[in-house]
Write a protein that binds this ligand. Structure first.
Ligand code: NAP
Length: 299
């Protein structure tokens, strides 16, 4: 009789085989649709998964704009990659500051078209802490900041035959249960859900509100990004052929970055992998989906 350990090893091996097959897409020459003129924008890219996404996208031959809210730190991060021969440009971008978003879009408009957005994020709970002290900041950055930069950039996205792409990073697990049916989901419903959470935090009633039990504010923010990605994907899919934009999100796993106090179980390099893959997939019919390890996760 096959024991449960053998069964899970078998399952893991099968999955690793699938992943190594998936890794050949889209990187073989005949599937490569992008050129050095293809421009990707990565937010929150001075460190962590964002920095890795810049490095990997530039490594695949794209032009990548590394953005950071701190000019000096961002310039230094970009310099590391430029000195390594990567085609990386820098511009300051704070996704919480509308004038910074405007400046950035103006600069992009004058200098580039672009294809990809990746999101910055904050989390103030590490380990088993679950304070909601910074809920406003967490929801503002992770949800509203992400939404604002996406909205500002959509009009600037190039209409390529392969479609432009938006990739958001988020958390899975407890968040999934909160997601609602995409057919009836609207942006207003997502806004209302996060407002309700923030109201309960202010009133001190959130603990009995049925929200995720750990990393509560962070999980709510990522639930909102996930739901918004689906709403957005649905809206964008109604665009005519040749003007398509595909929007997806992914969970990078538990990654060794500042956000986890470097306590994750995978490197930033591995964490960035699924996002880069999603951004570069050829002929994307994939939109409004949530991925982990290059596999679609269904809710
Ligand atoms: P990280 O190393 O802490 O990086 C976060 C980045 O976001 C930093 O560059 C930070 O800039 C930037 N940022 C924060 N607020 C910003 C703002 N208002 N405007 C522009 N940039 C801002 O964390 P990470 O692990 O790479 O996380 C990146 C993303 O992956 C986040 O969305 C996170 O929620 C998501 N994620 C991470 C994990 C994980 O295990 N690490 C798991 C699931 C999802 P500063 O340096 O200026 O603070």
């Amino acid at each position: 009789m096959v024991g449960s350990k053998e069964k899970s090893k078998e399952k893991r091996d099968k999955r690793l085989q699938e992943i190594s097959l998936l890794r050949t897409i889209p990187y073989s020459d005949h599937q490569r649709w992008w050129t050095s003129e293809t421009v990707a924008v990565v937010t929150g890219a001075n460190r962590g998964i964002g920095f890795e996404m810049v490095r990997q996208l530039a490594g695949h031959g794209l032009t990548v704009i590394l953005t950071s809210r701190d000019e000096n730190v961002g310039v230094e991060a970009a310099k590391v990659l430029q000195e390594g021969g990567f085609n990386v440009d820098f511009h300051r971008l704070d996704i919480l500051d509308s004038s910074s978003i405007q400046d950035f879009c103006k600069w992009i408009k004058e200098k580039y078209g672009f294809i990809d957005i990746n999101n910055a994020g904050v989390n103030y709970n590490v380990g088993s802490d679950n304070s909601v002290e910074f809920s406003h900041m967490v929801i503002s950055t992770n949800y509203y900041g992400t939404k604002n930069i996406i909205k500002a950039m959509i009009p600037l996205m190039r209409h390529a035959s392969q479609g432009a792409r938006i990739v958001n990073k988020l958390e899975n697990e407890a968040v999934r249960a909160k997601l609602i049916d995409v057919d009836s989901l609207t942006e207003e419903m997502v806004d209302k859900t996060v407002s309700e959470f923030l109201k309960q935090v202010e009133e001190g009633t959130w603990e009995s509100g049925g929200w995720p039990h750990s990393f509560t504010d962070y999980s709510v923010s990522k639930m909102a990004v996930n739901a918004y990605t689906r709403v957005l994907a649905k809206e964008l899919s109604e665009r005519p052929e040749g003007e398509k934009i595909y929007a997806n999100c992914f969970c990078p796993g538990w990654v060794k970055t500042a956000m986890t106090g470097y306590a994750g179980n995978i490197s930033a390099e591995d964490g960035a992998d699924t996002g880069v893959w999603l951004a570069l997939l050829p002929d994307q019919a994939i939109t409004g989906k949530f991925f982990a390890e290059r596999r679609e996760i269904n809710f």
